[in-house]
Design a protein around this ligand. Structure first.
Ligand code: ZN
Length: 306
């Protein structure tokens, strides 16, 4: 049994304003059969169509903060989902004020949605904000001008892998396999105890994706984001804009690379590029100088978490 699909598709990579065809922040995580949307800048629904993301499979939306380039696309997406006949609830994790913003927009147009919106306000909380069958999602505060949150998507610990040949050797009935995968020993007919280790091998490693945008390099690093398989970190500016990055609570190329290194991340995607930069060549070159395993966030491109 192989790993489930776990990948990130970039929908928007621009900071503040759309520039050179680049959209403001948005991305989709596809895990097995579900889609998680992170940030929802203006035009996100256009990108969802363009890159053939199934919007009906989005059950959870995560909004990092309430600067417009991270959520101005949400009301458009919500009303489209309504017109498409959605009935399943949409779970929205965001700073508290978003609920009121969306409510006003629906109220003034006298629009009654056919599906419920469930708002979950982000607070400084070490517990998972979402706990599904396969995945735990955590939020954590980052360092921006207004309250802003990073997110970590962490696969749950997987079951041990049952070795068929060993099962045949010891006469393990199919009905016992689920418990053995969970770690149980097997008691043979003659009462012999067959240790779990003789029947299984270690599970596949859990994978981890971490999203940090609109922040200086954070100083309070939660343990659960360390060793990420894949880190998305904003890189709004080149390193010569260090002062500007500091004043506006953003990060430079070098800072993103150094941060990925300090996290022991396996690979890095940089995004949230300033509209100053038509070409992204210098951004990727500078970041690679401190963290070689870096890629640019390219809209429409998918990046595996592994
Ligand atoms: Zn911002």
């Amino acid at each position: 049994v192989g790993n489930s699909v776990f990948k990130v598709t970039i929908l928007g990579s621009s900071s503040a304003i759309p520039a050179y065809g680049r959209f403001p922040s948005a991305q989709v995580i596809q895990y097995a059969n579900s889609n998680f949307l992170i940030d929802c800048g203006e035009g996100t629904q256009i990108q969802i169509n363009r890159y053939k993301i199934k919007s009906s499979k989005i059950r959870h939306v995560f909004i990092s903060h309430l600067h417009g380039d991270h959520y101005f696309g949400l009301i458009g997406l919500i009303t489209t989902l309504n017109l498409l006949g959605r009935i399943e609830p949409l779970e929205i994790f965001s700073p508290k004020a978003l609920k009121e913003i969306i409510r006003v927009q629906l109220d003034v147009s006298n629009l009654k949605l056919r599906f419920p919106l469930h708002f979950h306000s982000l607070e400084d909380n070490p517990n998972p904000i979402l706990d599904t069958r396969f995945m735990k999602v955590y939020s954590f505060p980052v360092e921006h001008r207004i309250a802003c949150w990073g997110f970590a998507f962490i696969e749950k610990e997987k079951e041990r892998r049952f070795v068929k040949e060993a099962g045949a050797r010891y006469g393990v009935p199919v009905s016992k396999i689920p418990n053995i995968k969970k770690g149980a020993d097997f008691v043979a007919k003659d009462g012999t105890i067959i240790k779990n280790r003789a029947l299984t091998i270690d599970p596949e490693k859990s994978r981890k994706y971490v999203y940090i945008t609109d922040s200086r390099p954070i100083k309070n690093v939660p343990d659960f984001i360390k060793d990420a398989n894949l880190l998305y970190h904003e890189t709004t500016f080149l390193k010569d804009m260090n002062n500007r990055a500091f004043e506006t609570f953003h990060s430079t190329t070098t800072q993103a690379g150094e941060f990925a290194k300090s996290l022991h991340a396996k690979s890095l995607i940089i995004g949230h590029f300033s509209a100053k930069y038509k070409s992204l060549d210098a951004l990727i070159l500078e970041t690679k100088a401190s963290f070689p395993n870096t890629e640019l966030a390219i809209e429409g491109k998918s990046y595996p978490v592994d």
